[in-house]
Design a binder for this molecule. Sequence first.
Ligand code: GLC
Length: 669
Amino acid sequence: MKYDINNLTLDEKLSLLMGVGFWRTNSCNGKLKQIFMADGPLGLRMSDPEKSPNGTLMPGTVNLANTWDKEMAYLCGKTIADECVENDVDILLAPGVNIKRSSVNGRNFEYYSEDPYLAGTLACEFINGVQDKGVGTSIKHFCANNSEYDRFNVSSEVDDRTLHEIYLKAFNIALKAKPWTVMCSYNLVNGVYASENKPLLKGILRDEMGFDGVIISDWEATRNHPRAVKATLDLTMPQVQTIEDLKKAVETGYLTIDEIDFCVQNILNLIEKTENDKKKVEYTLEQRHANSVKIGKESIVLLKNEEQILPIKKGKVAVIGDVTRRVVSTGTGSANVNTLYKTRFLSDLLNEKKTEAEYFSCENCAIYEKTVYDAKNEVEAAYDADTVLMVVRNEVEGEAYNKTTIKLPLGVEESILNVSKYNKNVIVAVISGGAVDMSAWIDKVKGVIFLGFAGEGYNEALASIVSGEISPSGKLSETFPLCIEDTYCGLYRSNPYYDMYSEGVFVGYRYFDQYEKDVLFPFGYGLSYAKFEYSDLQLEKINETEYNVSYTITNTSDVDAKEISQVYVRDVFALVSRPPKELKNYSKDFIKAGESKKITLKLDRSAFEYYSNNSKDWFVENGKFEILVGSSSRDIRLVGKIDVNLPEETQVTQYHHRYDRMLLKRFDQ
Ligand code: GLC
């Protein structure tokens, strides 16, 4: 160990337990290297005046999830880390893995998914991408921070099973990448602030999940510093207190020296990690931009393609939208990135593609604050064109507030309806950080593309898809409901103090499936320019709770493309209520036109277990399970059936055979 804890005085130890300024740790009178931290999930947000304020705006985490591609997650982490190395940043305050419980949560753009398996597995690769370059990460916000409304004061009321199966699960999966730090959240969890919640921070995160790094508070999340230290929150950020509170806590015996030293040692270990020889800049700014575009292309989701209006091959195309000049592909708050990149006109980019289409720009139409002149402009452009491509953006969203609707702004909806009156071949590309209620206009247009926040190169990515240079391959990582009223959260919390997670584990598609509700677009949905057939499902048993699942996908079209196949597991009959299906593995594969590919994925014990509130542990209940292979959560192509038959002593209760027989009769029909 380079840094010996015995070389520090008590005052120095106590000062190490909080930041210096907003972004650094204490040097303890020059004895230690200061750690420098910076946001965020979408790129480097330089908030330190000493450093250049610019970064490369990568696609939003919403887009990273829509790629369903671990290599893209790794590449994103690696690209941002490259910029961290260049700017001497030791720890990147990312990834954010909070589950998308509410469709209006302001920060959904910087989170992955409503599904913890997808979120955790992609975050794991993002962390590897960052830390393989010698830069640390801070997986956040631990935990159950699923709404921005009043986030400093709300208590998330969540039962143990729901916590483990949904809200802790992504963290648990991502801990495989050994993030150097975990950032605790602002909110209370079951009535105790996360920052001082010892059962949560020590009992679950450290003892149960095996985390051995540094727990950092979210900025100003620590409400009582001595209590936070006692809960093993190592580092309070930023510097908001003096060490007097801690000194008094030691004098009164509330805090022991051992408790202080536990946190100090964790921070010394972290400082050592930041001093490594992996830190090498390998990308130019142009290469980082190219990486952003590459991920952006993989993330775009084609939602509607009536009469195969896409890709556009010929004819006059009016490009309408006021968002095509400025980079608007992000949300506000700590995830914001100040990029210097100047996007080019979409019409110019499209005219450079090898198609016979001719694009003209009506791009200075202010879709929001439309003047009658603008409206005339829009309509005449539409009237003259064979096809209209509209690029529209949702209301501004971001940290510290929730959205007020999941519909597009009225002015935008009006534009779409207006244009579609004068042209029957309208394609709408939507820039938004999350689910959109399209009910007012989707039947009036032929094509819908979900751009999400596709990064600073969103126009280049969109041009590749629209021109058919590549086939769209993204799929939704969040359900798009028909309307916000159809969701279990709705728009507002039922009371100011508590967020009752009374839907339990039935979150996202788990909810819509359980209650057999229609949705606009289901979890895992996305169209391609190609067509894929699934066949030949094989289930190779390794042991009672481990299987190799293999199947063949054939590209029956004349277009090379990528397909995201998803493997869900259904516990046919459990003694607790379980979701109708749960994602337990997935694969994204490039399959050339006319060719087939055999895919083999593993299901381990975690694919079958649930968390028992009874035994306070993970548990696999004997009985029948279905293995469902689908192109989306509601487009299941292959079904296999297995029997789990573990020794009786592993079961928590005696099986009620009479129910089983009755149900199995139905099951086996
Ligand atoms: C913010 C965010 C957190 C961010 C931190 C530093 O309030 O909640 O995600 O990393 O403070 O900016």
